[in-house]
Structure formats: C-alpha cells, structure tokens
Design a protein around this ligand. Structure first.
Ligand SMILES: Nc1ncnc2c1ncn2[C@@H]1O[C@H](COP(=O)(O)OP(=O)(O)OP(=O)(O)O)[C@@H](O)[C@H]1O
Ligand SMILES: [Mg+2]
Length: 452
C-alpha cells in the first residue's frame, strides 16, 4: 500500500515544507502554510493511454435528479446532475439543513436512495426535524465525522444523493489539524469529489460562511465543486433567497425564493407579487423590474432622504451595491437637479433581496428623487434602465422579459430608456435622460397640491 505522508504547502506560492512554519520560506507570507496529504506512490509506472475524439464519446445526457423543490431545481438548472458535487453556503440558522432534508425526503419518496451524513446534529435531532417537516421517513442517516468512514460508506452504499452537513465537521485522521481548518476542508472536499465521480453519488456539501459572507475554507473549494449555491436572507425575516454563484450545468445567478414556515421552507413561485407592491401615494417608494439570472422580478425600493449636519453625509444601502448608490446620488445631484449634498440617503430593497445588476438604477434614482422632493411616484409605474455617468439612460439587458413580467403583474406604465419597444399592450414611457425620467415618473407637484 502507498505510504501517505503529511506535507505543508504554501497556498500563495506552493512552497512545501516538512513541518509547519509561521512564515513561508518561499514568498515570506505569514500563516499561509496548510497541511496536505501526499501519497508516495509515484514510483508505480504510469501507463500511456490513447486519447479519443469527442465524437466517439457516448455521453447520454444524464437524467437530472429532481429534488422535489421546484425553486431549488430552478437554481440548480433543472435538478441535480448525477455524480456532481454541489456546495451550499449560508449563514448559521438560515435554513440549510431544513431545505436539504426536505429535498432528500422528496428524492427518497421518488424511489431513489438518499443519505444524510450529519456531523453537526445527532440522529435524534435530525429525526425531530424530520417529524416537523414530514415525509422524510425513508431518508437514510449516518452520524459520522471521520472522513475515511464517510467515503467508505458512500462507496459501499452508493446512494443516488448524499448530503454532508457540514463539510467543516469532517475530519481526516491522517492530518493533525483540527476539523474545519483549511487543510482539513480541502482534503475532505477533494476526497468526496473523487468518491462522487467514482461511485456516481450526487453529493451536496453544506458549508459555513465567514463573517463577510464567503464560504469558509479556501477558495479552492469553490473551484473544486460543480455548483456553488448561496443561501441568503435575514435570519430574522421569513424570506430566504437561494442563488447560484457558480454552475457548471446551468445558468448562474438564478434565484429561488423561499418562506420559512413551521412546516419547513416553502417555495414562493411568484416573488414579484410579494416584493413588488407599493402603497399608492407613498413618498420614497418605487418599483423596479430587476433581472435575477433569467428571472425578472418586481422589487419595491424604498428611500429616505434626511437633512444632516455631517461633513460627509451618509449613503446607506441595504440590498444595493454601495458604490452604485454613491454614483446614482452623484448623478442625481449633477444632472437631474436633485441636490443631496447636505442629506443622508438610505435605500432599502424589499424582502432582503440583493440587486446586483445595473438595470435597477433607474428605480433607485426614482425612489431617492421621490424622497428628496416629497412627491410620490405615479401610481402603477415600474421602472428599469441603467443610469450613465452623463445622466443619460442606457438600455437594460433583456427588456422583453422584464416587460412581460410587468404585464403579468398588471403594471400600467413602465418607465424605461428611450427606444424600448412596447409589448403586450403595456404603456412604455421612454426617457432619454434621468431628468426626463424623473419628471415622467413622479407625480406633478401641482396635482398634489390640488388634491391636498
Ligand atoms: N418550529 C419552527 N417554526 C418555524 N421556523 C422554525 C421552526 N424551527 C426552526 N425554524 C427555523 O429554522 C431555522 C434553522 O434552520 P436550520 O437548522 O435548517 O438552519 P441551518 O442553516 O442548517 O443552521 P446551522 O448553520 O446552524 O446548521 C431557524 O432559524 C428558524 O428560523
Ligand atoms: Mg444546519
């Protein structure tokens, strides 16, 4: 049998050492040496293989394993690919174990073998959750943290789907470091990847996230797996958002929305209905038609503008990129006549959703302008479009999809960059510049005074 040795490798420059050092002798970086296992079977003579042409490969499009949770299937790109490795990251208590246990339950009910390897919770705790969720009786469970045992069990049992909750609890005894350390997590993920491919087990790894939201452990984990799903949302609110940040078998940035209930996580098939409604006449609220992957979604954006004595007024955004927010505030001041130099600006996106695409700029600008002028956005108006630094509006990607969603949600008028073609009987108000869009989107002050 090949002799296995332990080596310490620098994650920055790759220098190896026989013992741990605080400072890498190669690149002088501190704390970058991690423990790794090396099999010394290099002496076995390698046999040359004949490469084959791609046309000779018989790859029958593998049938995807449906998880029984349509929102999860959508994010995965139509279900789990057999023998793939998926990493699910999320903050503590966001509902990772709940979601995956429901998925395993549905997979087991469809006649496939589903195994849950739990290192964090006892069998009794998982069984309590299973009773609460219901329908997970035929899921097999293994409470184990020893990596060798887990891999051997997977090879022997060959379930169709296996969930490891969590990868940070697995422990390879040949490594001296503690479970959850970089070396251990890397080793566990690497070994599980091999087992997943060899034994054809679709494996889902649960990963903890660090304080700044990245999956804990080395970035190499994200390179290793086929798919990285991020489970987001405020622990204190009932809505959770699942998105793919990497997917080798489907589109990234797909979005699944869930609601946490006593019976587990329930998919929200129509999030626009939930997040995209404003109260007519409310000052500082606008509806944006943002795109999440291939999915258009209506989101309410709220803004508050309040006078401040601070030398550097605050621009605080929840769910929007702070740099984009600062840019929109600057363009509003410079090109649209909305002076915000002596005001704090707060922006919030409904439902804990994060918008990352520039198509939501116009709605953010509209909400801020509404709050600054004390005039509400016209009733039944949704907006999308990118705001340029010159104050001109730029077309947003996939306008047709957004317009279809607006038509579905019974929006009367859509405010969009000039040149956007109408669809489905919608009234599209095209605007060349941000200034034009604001005067078209906000109620006329005179009309408001007359009402008052
Ligand atoms: N009876 C219940 N009714 C409603 N919600 C519940 C109930 N029990 C648990 N929850 C919700 O489930 C969440 C915990 O879910 P879960 O254990 O799946 O999270 P997790 O992401 O796996 O956490 P961890 O990282 O600690 O393992 C709680 O934060 C709570 O919101
Ligand atoms: Mg858990």
């Amino acid at each position: 049998m090949a002799k296995v040795t332990v080596q310490f490798t620098c994650t920055e420059c790759g220098t190896t050492s026989g013992r741990w050092l605080g400072r890498c002798p190669g690149c002088a970086a501190f704390g970058t040496l991690v423990e790794e296992l090396h099999g010394s079977d290099a002496a076995t003579s390698a046999r040359a293989l004949a490469p084959i042409a791609l046309r000779d490969v018989s790859a029958d499009e593998a049938e995807r394993i449906e998880t029984g949770i349509s929102e999860l299937d959508r994010v995965l790109g139509g279900g789990l690919v057999p023998a793939s490795l998926v990493l699910v990251g999320g903050e503590p208590g966001v509902g990772k174990s709940t979601l995956l246990l429901s998925a395993l339950g549905a997979i087991a009910r469809s006649g496939r073998r589903a195994l849950l390897v739990t290192g964090e919770e006892s069998v009794a705790q998982v069984s309590l959750r299973a009773t609460r969720l219901g329908g997970a009786e035929s899921v097999e469970i293994l409470a184990e943290t020893e990596l060798d045992v887990v891999c051997a069990t997977l090879e022997e049992a060959r379930p169709d789907v296996c969930v490891i909750d969590s990868v940070q609890t697995l422990h390879a005894s040949a490594l001296g470091s503690a479970p959850g350390s970089v070396g251990q997590v890397r080793e566990a993920a690497g070994r599980l990847l091999r087992v997943a491919k060899e034994a054809c087990v679709a494996t889902i790894l649960v990963g903890h996230v660090t304080k700044d939201g990245a999956v804990a452990g080395p970035r190499v984990l994200e390179h290793l797996v086929d798919c990285v799903l991020q489970f987001e949302g405020d622990r204190y609110r009932e809505h959770r958002v699942l998105r793919a940040t990497k997917n080798r078998f489907g589109s990234t940035n797909e979005l699944g929305v869930f609601e946490m209930t006593a019976g587990g996580l329930v998919g929200v098939p129509d999030p626009s209905e939930l997040f995209g409604s404003t109260h007519p006449g409310e000052i500082g609220a606008a509806v944006s038609c943002a795109l999440e992957g291939t999915r258009p979604i209506l989101l309410e954006i709220q803004a508050l503008v309040s006078p401040t004595d601070l030398a550097m007024p605050r621009r605080v955004g929840t769910g929007v990129d702070p740099r984009r927010l600062a840019m929109i505030v600057a363009v509003l001041g410079r090109h649209a006549g909305v002076a915000l130099a002596s005001s704090d600006v707060f922006v919030n996106v409904a439902g804990g959703v994060k918008i990352e695409e520039p198509g939501a700029d116009l709605a953010v600008a509209l909400a801020i302008a509404s709050a600054a002028r004390g005039t509400p956005v016209r009733d039944g108006v949704a907006a999308f479009g990118e705001v340029g630094l010159t104050g001109r509006l730029r077309p947003a990607a996939q306008a047709e999809r957004r317009l279809d969603e607006c038509a579905k949600m019974r929006i009367a008028t859509v405010l969009a960059p000039a040149g956007t073609a109408t669809r489905g009987g919608l009234r599209v108000a095209g605007a060349e510049t941000l200034r034009e869009a604001i005067s078209a989107g906000l109620e006329a002050p005179a009309a408001r005074k007359a009402v008052a």
